[in-house]
Design a protein around this ligand. Sequence first.
Ligand SMILES: CC(C)(COP(=O)(O)OP(=O)(O)OC[C@H]1O[C@@H](n2cnc3c(N)ncnc32)[C@H](O)[C@@H]1OP(=O)(O)O)[C@@H](O)C(=O)NCCC(=O)NCCS
Length: 198
Amino acid sequence: MEIVPISREHYTRMAELHCRGYTDDFLPNFGPKFLIALYEGMFASNLAFGYVGLIGDELVGFCIFTPDTSRLFRSTLKRKFFKLGWYAGLGVLRRPSLFLRTLETFLYESRTELEDVKAEILPWVVDPKYRRKGLGTQIWDACEQAMKRMGIKEYKLVPAFEKEASHNFFIKRGYELKGEFTFYGKKWHLFLAKLKDD
Ligand SMILES: CC(C)(COP(=O)(O)OP(=O)(O)OC[C@H]1O[C@@H](n2cnc3c(N)ncnc32)[C@H](O)[C@@H]1OP(=O)(O)O)[C@@H](O)C(=O)NCCC(=O)NCCS
């Protein structure tokens, strides 16, 4: 697998994998076009970075991180307010129950506040066909290496895995469980990862 930085031509396939990989999550409810607008806003802000894994021409997975979630959130919203609002509005019209969840999104930052830790790993997805072969770990490691080069010493993450057993991946890597909270009607866990010098 070749690992390359995310660029615009990857967004469509990323959105498809994101919707398939995060079936219980909230944002994919708004569909791939919403996610593409979200990536456009995020990457235009210069506060989002990440890598995709390619096997031949096929994009098999990706991972996104930010050095500062709060700034990324505000900057993305500012850049893409109308486009994101449009797709979110259509989603709410289709499913009015999404309205309160949409408002709840604005509380994400307060739920994941962790001392001075600003960096965060955001979506991390591998095509179901290619899972459990170590590809996800390789893409994750590429993000960690990039964070180190940017001088980031620690970051947070909120795994979307529902089953606690799957948190073993993070625990095995020495990440510390810092808390749990309820969000979008589900229980989530907040981990802190410290990056060691090579
Ligand atoms: C999480 C994900 C990206 C891992 O991709 P992958 O290519 O299978 O990753 P790897 O083969 O490198 O395995 C990484 C670790 O993930 C954990 N893991 C992945 N899927 C798991 C599952 N269904 N149940 C339990 N553990 C799981 C394992 O600990 C595994 O390490 P191990 O095999 O050494 O125990 C992939 O399962 C996925 O896309 N899931 C859906 C989206 C998601 O939940 N993303 C994670 C948000 S934090």
